[in-house]
Every structure is written in structure tokens, then in C-alpha cells.
Design a protein around this ligand. Sequence first.
Ligand code: FMN
Length: 332
Amino acid sequence: MDSADAPAAYHPPLPFTGPNLLAPMEGVTDPVFRDLVSALHAPRDLGGTFTEFVRVVGHALPVEKLAEALGARRPHVPVGLQLMANRLEPLEGSVAGAFEAGAPIVDLNFGCPAKGTLRGCAGAALLDDPPRVEALVTSAVRAADGRPVSAKIRAGGEDDRDLETLARAVEAGGAALLTVHCRTRREGYADTADWERLRRAVDAVSIPVCGNGGVDAHADLARVRAETGSAFAMIGRGALADPWIFSGHRADRGEAAGFLLEYFDRMRAAGCSAGQSAGRVKQLLRHWTAGALVAGTMEDPSSERRQILRIADPTALMDAVRECGARTTVAP
Ligand SMILES: Cc1cc2nc3c(=O)[nH]c(=O)nc-3n(C[C@H](O)[C@H](O)[C@H](O)COP(=O)(O)O)c2cc1C
């Protein structure tokens, strides 16, 4: 058949309720954090979230493990289940299991630059091997049996010269959505983010693209879509700084402290120790801007932020957060 006569590829509809998505973040976007952020937003402001990556190694993952990653969900907020794999067979079984567990979409991770991941030839290691990316997406799409699969890539490995090839590999595999984190593996989490690369990805494929990287403020959500043509915009660390970022609501100090206190309590209720829960709160405090709750930067060793982060005792930490929330003057 002449390619002009070939039927157009079928892409199942995406489950999202709006164009703004919360990025998958290991050690952050567990069910507790996702649920708290989701509760702050109307469906049009936060269109969907993703689990942290779930690693697929030797065998297909049990449905119970996949269901655990999804956690209890709010009816109006779709949660994509992200898998990281480099072998076809266990991936296929895990994709089928993810849908059985209730995921409305499965996302494949081709972006994690952690050393262990690279040694295991998964995540961002696969950016050097576009045919393998295509093979993995193809397998996942087959196992999805008409339900949507997406893939999240970086702009490249050592540089961005394969960006279009990678984007087309994802499309050729049958993905319904391509997310591009516009930094390369080499660039890691650098401050700079080149949105021109997002535009290049949009031009290279006909499936919808989700732009990610350097979308740091509420206004950037619309801006990245307007400037690059991406259909979706995804925020990672910006949501650690301000969980209200998707709606643009400016939380006051009380609301900001309330979020952190609630996060701590819900982590404890989910079975985490006080130390683990405090660790999660500290992870947010490193980035936190909402409500101008804590003053100063991470770079300044004498800043209020750094002093609070030095508090070892979980109860004392949460007392300090409560005090910051009750303060009426803005910290210097
Ligand atoms: C703590 C942390 C954990 C992350 N874990 C994942 C992950 O599990 N899967 C993934 O695809 N990307 C992961 N990422 C990358 C983010 O999804 C996102 O692509 C990246 O942070 C760039 O977006 P940003 O500039 O808005 O932060 C992680 C990033 C951070 C900071």
C-alpha cells in the first residue's frame, strides 16, 4: 500500500481534564502529595498527575504493586502510571497490569539520569538508542490494547541533535502523547531551559506534545504552550515551591503552613515514620515560596530557610512551620 493510502494511526483519547499537568517526581509525587495538590485545583487548572516512576526489571509487576503506586484517587483527577523499563516482555505485562489496576494512561520514562538507572540501561540511557525507544513504546502500545500510552523523553543524551529522531521514535511506536523535558541528560536539572527544543519536537511529530522544563511560574503554563505550540505544559519543581501554581492562587502564610502541616500528618497516617515525614516536608521547604512562609535562600547558610532545615526533631520542625504560618510580619 502506498503510504499516502495508509490509514491514519489511531490514538486513543487522552484522559486529562485540562492542559496543565503535574510532573512525575520520584520521592515526591506519591499518593499523599498528589492528593493534596489535586485537592487545591479545579479540573481545568490541573488536568492530571503522574506517579513516581515504577521500575520494571525482571518480571511483570504485580497488579497490587501498581495499584499501590496509583493510590486512592480523586474521581476528577487522572493519574498516569509511569513505568521505567528496558525489556519488552516484563514491560508488556506491567502495562496490562497498570490498566487493570485502574490507570487511565501509562507513561514510559526515558529521562531519568540517576546513575543506577543509567547503569541498568534504562531511563535516560535509552536516549542514545532511538530504535530501542520505539520498540519499547510499540510493545507498551500493543499491551495497552487501545488505551493511551505516553512517553517522556529529554531533549537528548549528550546533546540535542537526536531530538527529532527520538520524538519520531515515540510517535512511530504509537504513543498518544509525547512529553519533552527540554534539558538533555548531560544538562541534568540545570537552571536554563531551552524552549526552542520544545518547538522542534512539536514540529517533528503530529501527536500532541507536553512541554516540560523551566515552567516555573503560573504564567509560564500558558506562555510555554503559546511559544512552542505544545498542547500540554508540565510542572515539576515549581509545584514543590508552590502547590497552588496551576491555578495561580496566591496562598497566604496560614494556607502555606497548613499545607505542610497536613502533608506531615497525612504521611504519618500513611504509615511513614515521623523522621521520614519530616524529610518530605524538608524536601518541599528547600524549594518553598508559597505564602512567603520562610525567608532566605538555600545558598545563604544563615538564612531562616537553612536554619529551619537544620532542625532535626520532627515535632520541633513542624512547630517552626506552625510559627511561621502564624507570624503576621513578613520575615526579613
Ligand atoms: C525530585 C525529582 C524527582 C523526579 N522523578 C522523576 C520521575 O520519577 N519520572 C520522570 O519522568 N521524571 C522525574 N523527574 C523529572 C521531572 O518530571 C521534570 O521532568 C523535571 O524536574 C523538569 O521539570 P521542572 O523544570 O519543572 O522541574 C524528577 C525530578 C525531580 C526534581
